[in-house]
Design a protein. Sequence first.
Length: 95
Amino acid sequence: MAHAIVSTEKTGDAVVKASAARLHGVVLNGDGTNGGSVVLYDHASAASGAKLLTVTLPLATHKCFAVLFPVPIAASNGLFADLTGTNATCNVFYE
């Protein structure tokens, strides 16, 4: 079994991987004041195509929210992160 790679910290919309991938999870970070969200798409370069996962900080006072899958989700075209929220960041776990 392959080990998951952790992306660099994303601070805005970003390509995570521009080719087929397996999504293991995501950690969404906030600043404790502002809310945030990230949508991960099965796309090599844009926020379009199939949505694989949407994660939202439930309240602005939360600083971190993690979703990790015991079985990875296949992304045949790549992984693209659409990040919103003031001072929100995320790290994506994939292979």
